[in-house]
Every structure is written in C-alpha cells, then in structure tokens.
Design a binder for this molecule. Structure first.
Ligand code: FES
Length: 374
C-alpha cells in the first residue's frame, strides 16, 4: 500500500483509511512518503511498527505473522507486531513503534515514532573483516567440482589434471590448497537476490544464519587467501558439473557487492580452468566460467583454460580415463596452465593496481536499476 504524501497534522497524525477496509488484510506494508510502516490486524487489534528491518532493511509489512510476531520476508528476523521488540531473547533488538487511533470509522497513524530503533551490536562474522592480502608467496587455490562420491574414490579426469597443476604450482614456489566441493556440506543458494538486491548480503545470508554450512571455507580461501585459483569441472550434458553451479550460485553475494555497493572483494587475482568431458561442449563451459569469474573481479592468464574431450560419439567411457591417465601432453598442459596462472598472479600481486579505484565495477556500463533502501 503506497499512499504517497498524505495530509499530516502538526503532531504527525495521518489518515490511513476506513477501519473496516484495513481489517481485511492481516499484514501490510504502508508507505507514506519516506516512512514505511508494518500495519497488522489480528485478534481484534491493530499494530503498527516500522516496516524497515534492523538487519538489512527488509520490508517487515511484506512478511508474515507468526502469532504476535512479524517475520521479516528476507531472512526471517522476528519483531513483535505492536511493540516492535525482537523475539524472546532478542527483545533489545527493536524497531520503532507507531501510535494508532480510530476516529469516525477511520484509522490514523502517527508518523512520529513512539519509541526509538535499537540495534544492539552483533558479533561480526569473521568474513566481514576488510580484505587485505597477507604477505607471503603466491597462493594457488584448486577447487574441484567433480560430484563423485568421496566414500568410493575413483579416477576423476578433472581432479587428476587439477592435482598435477597444483603440484606443479608448488614447484614454482606457490603455496597450494585444494578444496573439493564434494567434501563440503554446502547448502543451495536460496535466491535471496530474487527478493531484493539488498537481501543478498555479504557474507552470504545462509553463511550468517547457518554455522553448519561450509561455504565459508570457499569464501575464506577465494576472497582472503588465494592469489590464484584453478577450478576443475567435468562436462555433464554440455554443462559444467552440478557442484560447480552450486558453488557459483553461492558466489552471487561476492558479485552482488559490486552491484549494490561498488565494493570489489576480488582484486588482483588470477583464475583459470580445467574442463574435461566424455563428450563435447568445451567452448560453452569455458565461456560460462570466464564470464562468471570475470564478473567476480578475477583477471586471467593468457590462454586461461585447458580442456579435453573425445567428442560427441565417444561413448566408450572407459577410454576417457585411460586417455587422460596416459596422455603426457595433457599432463604437460596442466603444468603449463599452472605456470601461466602463478606467473599472472605474481604480476598482479606485484602491481600497484590495488591502489586504483575502479570507476564502476561489474558488467553494467550504466547505473543500476536498484531500489534504494529507505
Ligand atoms: S531479516 Fe530482515 S533484512 Fe534480514
């Protein structure tokens, strides 16, 4: 319910409309100029509190009612619908309350809040710290996205080439680390961005709410630790692996900081890819990876991926494993990719490019069409 500028008397009272009509909707977000109010009707009583959540500004009046509590539609914080206090145990986390009165069958609200907003300091998530490179040699991160069951290990062509690349990176003096997506308990992205650009937070909303979720290990390594990353994936029906997509969807919060805050978390880092497929579509998989990682802010070495596929008609899958196991050129290609990636990362670390402010990061050449928070 957006009402625009309504008549407001000197003590702040504004007419919201006929009481009987307003009783028909249990919860609504009322927008009165710059003021947002979550107006509720339940058990014969109206309630009015600020419609702006303390957490990230979610529209409380667009949420749901859980007994006497409003549930924020973005990340489900709860506030009492009449007092604005947080749920039991979090009462001090409070949004302002607004007074209501009925007059001649009409409901009026006072836009001047009767109580103040209170945001007690929350313990900061470790990922909220500023991004700063620790001194030391180039750090090369491998991310494996094969979906094989780790309980029954078998030869993975993409993993094998990644391990060769990392081992070679170590001989070049790089520190190396390998993260295997199939060994991490990572929840699917739940599409907070689809609710609002501001609902997709850094650190990821899921990471903040669920200490069991292990995507934090990927964020920690990718954003804070690594100077270079080599990601490997098999091809599945012409696309990267399902675990690849699971990880990159959760990386939306890294890219979204560029979109909504002009805050570039990935600076002066190199990315490269290893793609192996029983059949084809290497170019499409590589193109998607290059696009996404460029959007995160990565640079690329010259010739930033190696790939292998035996073609559309090669259904004799056993031969794929044997081919990759025995093909010295592929192994050499993995080592050469590691060399290019580490050298690119060393050049980026050595450059003073980090001091330069980007005019406006991201794929949009124009200003974003994002709804501002009140
Ligand atoms: S819970 Fe309300 S904005 Fe996150």
């Amino acid at each position: 319910m957006t009402t625009g500028a309504r008549a407001r008397d000197e003590s702040g009272w504004v007419d919201l409309g006929p009481v009987e009509e307003l009783k028909r909707t249990p919860l609504r977000q009322v927008v009165l100029g710059r003021t947002r109010i979550a107006l509720s009707w339940q058990d014969g009583r109206f309630g009015a509190v600020s419609g702006v959540c303390n957490h990230a500004g979610g529209p409380l009046g667009d949420g749901t009612l859980d007994g006497e509590y409003l549930v924020c539609p973005w990340h489900h914080y709860k506030y009492h619908r009449s007092t604005g206090e947080g749920e039991p145990g979090f009462e001090a986390d409070r949004v302002p309350r607004h007074e209501l009165r009925e007059e001649g069958g009409r409901l009026l609200v006072n836009l001047t809040p009767a109580t103040t907003r209170n945001k007690p300091p929350h313990e900061r998530h470790p990922l909220e710290r500023p991004v700063a490179r620790e001194p030391g040699p180039v750090r090369l991160l491998g991310i494996s996205t094969t979906a094989m069951d780790p309980a029954f290990p078998r030869y993975s062509t993409s993993d094998a080439l990644l391990e060769i690349a990392l081992a070679h990176g170590a001989t070049l003096g790089a520190e190396t680390k390998l993260l295997k997506a199939n060994a991490l308990r990572v929840r699917h992205c739940e599409g907070y961005y689809s609710k609002s650009a501001h609902a997709c937070t850094w650190p990821c909303s899921i990471t903040q709410m669920d200490p069991e979720d292990q995507m934090a290990e990927v964020y920690e390594a990718l954003v804070f630790w690594a100077d270079a990353v080599i990601l490997s994936s098999p091809i599945r029906w012409g696309s990267a692996s399902s675990l690849y997509f699971k990880l990159i969807e959760r990386m939306n919060c890294i890219q979204n900081q560029v979109t909504i805050r002009d805050r570039v978390l990935i600076r002066n880092k190199a990315a490269a890819f290893i793609i192996t497929g029983g059949q084809d579509n290497v170019q499409s998989v590589a193109g998607q990876m290059l696009m996404f990682f460029s959007e995160l802010g990565f640079d690329f070495p010259q010739f930033p991926f190696i790939a292998h596929s035996r073609g559309w008609s090669a259904e004799d899958m056993e031969q794929n494993v044997a081919f990759v196991q025995q093909n010295a050129e592929l192994h050499e290609g993995a080592r050469a990719l590691a060399t290019r990636t580490v050298e690119k990362a060393a050049a980026l670390v050595g450059a003073a490019a980090g001091a330069v402010r980007l005019p406006r990061g991201g794929r949009k050449a124009h200003r974003m069409g994002i709804v501002d928070l009140p």
